[in-house]
Design a binder for this molecule. Sequence first.
Ligand SMILES: Cc1cc2nc3c(=O)[nH]c(=O)nc-3n(C[C@H](O)[C@H](O)[C@H](O)COP(=O)(O)O)c2cc1C
Length: 162
Amino acid sequence: MTVEPGAGVFREVMGCFATGVAVVAGMGADGEPRGFTANAVTSVSLDPLLILISVGRSSSSLPALLDAEAFAVSFLRARDREVATRFAVGDRRSRFSQLPWRREVTGSPVLEDALAWLDCSLWKVVEAGDHQVLFGKVEACGLGEAGEPLLYYRGGFGVLGT
Ligand SMILES: Cc1cc2nc3c(=O)[nH]c(=O)nc-3n(C[C@H](O)[C@H](O)[C@H](O)COP(=O)(O)O)c2cc1C
């Protein structure tokens, strides 16, 4: 069935593209970590090592990423639904409270319990409608203890095999 493109159907169509779920984070000028839940995270290039994230213009975390010229991406585990919800709708000042994290090579905050993580310097910013696309050059990355990823599909969280 072909339908007239619009925001609603666009969301529905893109919702059929199952993704992982990540926390994207940077350090604010006040020395506090800032971060949000993201699934617009894509591998871009091997030489140099590049990824991209797409960040809404109204994101309160965006200035921290741009000012620090660096950000980190922590991939969430199947058990992290509460973390994903907290970083999407929870109070912005307390998202990191009681959640162990550390600063990595660029100084960006990485969740200690991440399934895997990337620490990036800001490589390029592209204006893209109501979002800004941030390309990150991977300065450090790593794997946590092996486990299942948290997934996002059709507007809800899921896990592999369900
Ligand atoms: C599964 C999921 C994926 C999301 N992906 C993105 C994303 O890639 N980019 C984005 O800007 N917001 C994304 N959001 C929305 C942000 O998490 C949400 O708007 C958050 O409150 C932004 O926080 P901030 O204003 O502190 O940056 C996503 C939300 C969910 C639940």
